[in-house]
Design a protein around this ligand. Sequence first.
Ligand code: MF3
Ligand code: CO
Length: 254
Amino acid sequence: MQTTQAIQLKTPRQLRYMRQAGKIVAEVLALLGEHVVPGATTAELDALAEAEVKKRGAVPSFKGYHGYPCTICASVNEQIVHGIPNGYQLKDGDILSIDVGAIYQGWHGDAAKTFAVGSASAEADRVMRATQEALRRGIAAAVPNNHLGDIGYAIQSWVEAQGLAVIRDFVGHGIGKELHEAPQVPNFGEAGAGVKLRPGMTIAIEPMVSAGDWRVKVLDDGWTAVTADGSLSAHYEHSIVITKDGPEVLTRVA
Ligand code: MF3
Ligand code: CO
């Protein structure tokens, strides 16, 4: 999907703010990971995330976005993305995808990671590792003069070679002054297709992978997306900037 909206190339000063937003998101995500234990509720994790984002001088970006009510998305097992935190108590063997977004001085950071609660099943472990590797491969393809489709191709070809499926209904995105900017960054695609990647582009790459089929359903809350066949799903996301020397991950703890 090509948008006609211009893609903003960030200046060095803008990138400094985005690095800080990214660092805050990465720190909060890492901290949340330490609290992903049996018995914890996703609402508790959300409250912790909100406090930790604010403590760092940033503002939660998801809260209020098209009416979304929370700081994090917390998606358990067959939930893919946009799970709304609630009183659900995590239990041993669950997997939990946490997505965090923050705005620092007007600039956005966005990242996600799937955590095992206690001990993960072999199947859960496989889908988590494959999705993390898919993100790594997608990032590696984000170099100047490659095309947008090279990112999606790198992700999709890896995921499908593992016998897993790429979610189609949700995609990565440009990021900067807004959480979602042009271009859309699909996790599937054709090598060489789409816009040419240039230094100064900032994008969020976020593969979502199903252990079964890629089809999704959205629950009655209007947000939570689940695999239609109930398969486990994992989600990893980084915000990056494309530099002349290659991709720089913004959402990594320094
Ligand atoms: N990383 C997700 C995305 O880019 C999180 C958005 S949550 C929302 O779609 F609430 F803001 F929609
Ligand atoms: Co995102």
